[in-house]
Design a protein around this ligand. Structure first.
Ligand SMILES: [Zn+2]
Length: 309
């Protein structure tokens, strides 16, 4: 009897540990699964991009899409009188001005001071159903690969808020439009936010999100992200948020990066700072930072090509 009690106690303790998620942290489980993962087929390779860049007369210009995060009058972080969506826009204009000096680039923005890029807006408005069908098809292709054990689901450690349907269609629409228009690189520009901890803002610094490595655009996007990281880390510290402090974070769920493998372009999301950081509250320091962020980003993109030619 004593033996049975001891054995069942051991069994109960074992089961309790086994089914407690903390016992096997997600990152550990994912690492184990990833080591046996099959991959989506490779998308745009760095070599393809560099050889395109080396002769744009023949191959056409490198198409770079700048996406200032969120919508003209909706979404994004807000702190005191600062609106993230407006900061993103200012930054986007500055990056565009610098990159446009390189005549091997064609710079497209998803929106500017006048609102949405009209071509993109028309595309999304006129193709809502097609976009929804496409999302479903991509989602079910991915589900099949997951069910066959070819792709592993990786959940974000920090969790993400769910985009409202209208914003989600827009983001997927941008991916679809970018694919059909052969956009090579999509750069999503953001300032970060996080729920206040103990009543005051906490984390600081920048982070770069890239598509999870199983996606077609994962490998090449990460190489671009490393170049961006090298430049931006000269002007801003890396995020102090524990899930972001590696600087470059792979993510399978963010639509902008190509959730369900929906982005053919190299894609990155850059969070330049937390919106409530001290220097962001001072107009001069904030403008200086936006100026420096624009030149760091543009420098990284120019170097990405020039250093590999
Ligand atoms: Zn944002």
């Amino acid at each position: 009897m004593k033996k049975i009690i001891i054995l069942s106690t051991i069994l109960i303790i074992f089961l309790a540990f086994y089914f407690t998620p903390r016992y096997y942290p997600n990152s550990y489980v994912n690492k184990m699964i990833n080591s046996a993962a099959a991959f989506f087929s490779m998308g745009i390779s760095i070599n393809d991009l560099i050889s395109k860049y080396s002769d744009t007369e023949k191959n056409g210009k490198i198409k770079i899409l700048l996406v200032p995060g969120h919508e003209p009058n909706f979404g994004g972080a807000e702190y005191k009188d600062l609106l993230e969506r407006d900061l993103n826009l200012t930054l986007s204009e500055k990056i565009k001005n610098i990159l446009s000096k390189n005549n091997k680039f064609e710079i497209i923005t998803s929106r500017n001071i006048n609102g949405w890029n009209p071509e993109l807006e028309k595309y999304v408005n006129n193709n809502k159903n097609e976009i929804l069908v496409w999302i479903n098809n991509m989602k079910s292709s991915m589900s099949k690969l997951v069910n066959n054990g070819k792709i592993n689901v990786v959940n974000a450690e920090m969790g993400h808020s769910i985009a409202p349907l209208k914003s989600a269609i827009l983001l997927y629409g941008i991916n679809k439009w970018a694919g059909e228009n052969k956009v090579d690189i999509a750069i999503h520009l953001h300032f970060n936010d996080n729920p206040k901890y103990k009543g005051k803002p906490n984390f600081e610094g920048f982070s770069i999100y890239v598509p999870e490595k199983q996606y077609s655009n994962g490998t090449s996007s990460k190489i671009l992200a490393k170049d961006l990281f090298d430049e931006i880390s000269k002007i801003q510290k890396v995020s102090t948020m524990p899930e972001e402090n590696v600087g470059i974070i792979e993510d399978q769920e963010l639509i902008a990066l190509g959730r369900y493998n929906t982005s053919d372009s190299l894609s990155v999301i850059i969070e330049y700072a937390y919106i409530y950081e001290n220097f962001m509250q001072n107009k001069k320091l904030r403008n200086d930072f936006i100026e420096k962020s624009a030149s760091s980003t543009a420098n990284a993109i120019n170097k990405f090509f020039e250093s590999r030619i």
